[in-house]
Write a protein that binds this ligand. Sequence first.
Ligand code: ARG
Length: 461
Amino acid sequence: MATNQMWGGRFEKGNRSDVVAFNASIAFDQRLAKHDLIGSIAHAKMLTHTKILSKLEGTQIVAGLEKLQQKLMAGELGFSDTFEDIHMNIEHLLQQEIGDVAGKLHTARSRNDQTATDMHLFMKDEIVTIMSLLDELLEVVVTKADMNIKTLMAGYTHLQHAQPISYAHYLMAYYEMFSRDRERFQTAYNSANQSPLGAAALAGTTFPIDREYSAQMLHFAKNYQNSIDAVSDRDYLLDFLHASATLMMHLSRFCEEIIQWNSYEFGYIEISDEFATGSSIMPQKKNPDVAELIRGKTGRVYGSLFSLLTTLKGLPLAYDKDLQEDKEGVFDTIDTLKACVSLFTDMLATLQVKADKLQDSLTDDFSNATELADYLADKGLPFRQAHQVVGKLVHYGIANCAPLQEMSLTQLQEFEPLITADVYAILDPENAVARRISLGSTGFDQVKYQINKAKETLIEK
Ligand code: ARG
């Protein structure tokens, strides 16, 4: 077996073929080809700028790399396990393109800072795409909320009817969660926005390189300040995976509710046919597969976060081959996220809300009990006592199948003489919502205010 042509100098024997395959990352890191070429072009230009390479050498190398860029776009680049990873594959292809001068590109550089540079560049691009998908989702949430300010429903705690709310208020709760998710992706972007290039293997280099020059060319906001940290850091990927896991958790909660509300028992919403599937045996079925899959895929995204945390926890500084394991979980997370966010956005946009059913659920329940307790407290009864009175009324109502608003004034007064005819307006669910004026509450004016603020924020983006 021949020794490796890139590093085989000190070896007598070549690797076994299963070791070559085991060691290789080209099967997945070829996804970094575009960014590897961009990084290499910046490195070559920096080497020329600092006169580490001659003008001629620099020009030849850059021209060769640009040729490879064209071939990549045309789908004409072939990669092989023999060259282990994307970095050595590209170096080999460059050698074929321009001959031995290609070997000068790796001056003052190591695959350790190269792989880190590629991944930082790649993540910046991917995070921008994910943030713009999130913007589309936020837009749909706000549009739906705006259409449903007056749509009433029961707000739940413990999955029990709690108090009447506006459906728009419910939707805007998710707006807040997804907005924070977007901020978390911005943080992950900022973490990725620094250049490890020039750290070389771990200790920097004796060549008079100009890290500012290459960082600027690659549009990084700054350089890593410590060469050991630069090649060992994967925090920026953890930031991304954490943002992703939290976003998936939010999507999954929303999906869980869509699945419940789409059931026969709730019947509050109807998922568009495009996002549901049938059963091969039960002809009546319309299953919420897309929502279920988003909920299900949350698990693999959590898995990637834990996988990388675990990979990193015992690693001595600086580079260890374990770090090659940083990629697949992140790639998988990117693909999962993009599919989930864009499908969820469209599913939500086409979701039909059965406003009557939602509102009907408030006609014979006791979600207005707090209104009555507040009413009595307002009339001077200590709230704890008011709570007791209403509790007894609810108990009586359940036994007699009568919601509070259907009891006669005499019946109500038997429990508490402070109750007068004005109580019926208080018990109306629409009034219950309208009367809420505290900041961030479900009151129509508050919800409108939140929606308008959200719209302004989205326009600014
Ligand atoms: N394929 C490697 C990775 O993704 C590149 C860095 C290799 N460096 C090394 N010293 N073996 O981590």
